[in-house]
Write a protein that binds this ligand. Structure first.
Ligand code: ZN
Length: 514
């Protein structure tokens, strides 16, 4: 086959079949988290493993490699002269497919099986050990996972630092040498902010958020906000799950979940907005590119930038609540009728160092990520032993946040990530915050009425900006290139810090001049 267009068409139809298998698996996973009876767990794990193994085998098959080698130079990973007639988007499609293919091929299927089995086991032990606050019970499983990750790094290879191989799985192109100076500057700025917060004699009172709020009313309000954000319920739905998440089987079927507690208003509300941000990204992907990398989200950091932009930059802003607070008061007149919007907004933005990452405020959240990043890095570089983690965790928490857990369940065992083998994942949360601030700054420049639109509850201009500038490209550009195209700048912590200084300074009544 010499015509590059024909070769590309043949490749796309192979990729489409693989996508169908992956999406069938994703639907089974969604069902597992939302509707499946508990007894179905064992068989469901086997069904999922079969589909995933099939998808992997179809992807690393010689036919795909043959098609790719017609159009790709394996030495550079870029389109070769045979792809000369193709446009830039098609060349990007080939580049990204080759990236996925060569990574998938480096991992022996025997290794994938072991990792799947061990992480499934580790997750079960983690749940039990965490419940009993027993790190020693979890220790052998965690040691196995860390050893498997080292093995994975050997298969994948790296240029500079072993941890880069793991980072690259979630945030293509990110490296330790790029993150370390960024995180150091960010840490300095956050600690400075935190020092100002600590000096404040009268912090906001957030008890109004933890009164009794009817669950159905909370869900109805969450749905209203999702609708206003432009989340399309004709191509999506909202369900309940223990841990909120977003999944997609196609841009026409994107599902979000939330959880709801009677005495915790922020939990359901901000899960809806957060997952809604993820959901808008998935609904905004190019349908015509379904099955190819151009129809996929770019990286975890970019994905998280979408959820955090909506949850924090918009959802915790005064502009947003100018429209939505009077509505919320109508839903909960006895709880909020006598509260002012300013007081409510201040309560939502209270800063308080705490032990649990997922409950952290915007200032301390990234310090939790830094603790994990440094520990993961030291583990992978074999500078520390897995058995020493509980003590190291306490030391780092004390150093970064000034608090340390008594129980390992509230410390080193609080996150599911390590049991799943997801090392190198945490830094993408912080990257998401940094991207979000840069994107929002640019959106405000491009759409001068954005702030007043949000004050009127008109959120679609922001959604449209995100659709146009980010969502529709899928993986056509790298994260760095996309950021550069949109903002003209490289990744920086300054927009995020300046956003926080303004907002937290306003809530707490101080000014910081950087
Ligand atoms: Zn998220």
């Amino acid at each position: 086959m010499s015509d590059p267009t024909q070769t590309l068409t043949a490749l796309k139809s192979k990729l489409l079949e693989i996508q169908h298998l992956k999406d069938a698996a994703a639907l089974l996973s969604w069902d597992q988290e939302t509707h499946m009876p508990a007894g179905g767990g064992q068989t469901r794990a086997e069904q999922l493993a079969t589909l995933q193994t099939l998808a992997h085998a179809k992807f690393v098959a010689p036919e795909i490699e043959d098609l790719l080698l017609h159009l790709i130079d394996p030495a550079t990973g870029l389109a070769n002269t045979g792809a000369g007639g193709l446009d830039d988007a098609s060349k990007a499609l080939l580049r990204e497919t080759w990236r996925d293919f060569s990574r998938a091929k480096k991992l022996p299927s025997n290794f994938i099986n072991r990792l799947e089995r061990e992480s499934s086991l580790a997750q079960q032990v983690w749940v039990e050990a965490r419940g009993r606050d027993d790190f020693l019970q979890y220790l052998p499983n965690l040691q196995t996972i860390i050893a498997l990750k080292s093995e994975e790094i050997d298969y994948l290879g790296y240029d500079d630092c072993p941890y880069d191989a793991l980072l690259d799985t979630y945030e293509p192109g990110a490296t330790v040498s790029q993150l370390q100076p960024l995180f150091a500057t960010l840490r300095h700025g956050l600690l400075e902010l935190l020092a100002h917060v600590r000096e404040c004699a009268a912090p906001p009172d957030d008890r109004i958020l933890f009164q009794t709020y009817d669950k159905q009313q909370q869900l109805a309000f969450g749905e209203l906000v999702l609708q206003k954000m432009g989340y399309d319920f004709n191509r999506g739905r909202l369900d309940l799950s223990a841990h909120p998440f977003t999944t997609s089987f196609h841009p026409t079927d994107v599902r979000v979940t939330t959880r709801v507690f009677e005495q915790d208003l922020p939990s359901c509300l901000f899960s809806c907005i957060h997952e809604g941000g993820h959901g808008l990204y998935e609904q905004g992907l190019a349908q015509a590119q379904y099955g190819t990398p151009l129809g996929e989200t770019l990286s975890l950091g970019i994905h998280e930038s979408q959820s955090r932009l909506w949850e924090n930059t918009v959802g915790r802003s005064k502009a947003f609540w100018m429209h939505f607070f009077p509505l919320l008061q109508q839903y909960f007149p006895s709880q909020l009728g006598a509260t002012s919007m300013d007081r409510f907004h201040a309560a939502l933005n209270r800063v308080k160092p705490s032990l649990i990452r997922v409950e952290a405020d915007e200032v301390t959240y990234n310090l939790h990520i830094m603790v994990r990043f440094e520990i993961e890095l030291a583990l992978i570089e074999k500078q520390i032993a897995v058995k020493d983690l509980p003590g190291l965790w306490r030391e780092k928490m004390q150093e970064y946040l000034g608090v340390a857990p008594e129980r390992d369940a509230d410390g080193v065992m609080q996150d599911v990530h390590w049991s799943l083998g997801a090392l190198g994942y945490f830094p993408t949360y912080t990257l998401g915050n940094l991207y979000a601030a840069m994107f929002f700054e640019q959106a405000c420049r491009d759409v001068p009425a954005l702030e007043t639109d949000i004050q009127r509850g008109c959120l679609l201009p922001l959604k449209d900006w995100l659709n146009r500038n980010i969502h529709r490209y899928g993986r056509q550009y790298s994260s760095d290139d996309l950021l550069q195209r949109i903002t003209g700048c490289t990744l920086s912590v300054e927009p995020f810090l300046s956003y926080l200084r303004t907002k937290i300074g306003d809530v707490y009544g101080f000014t910081i001049n950087p």
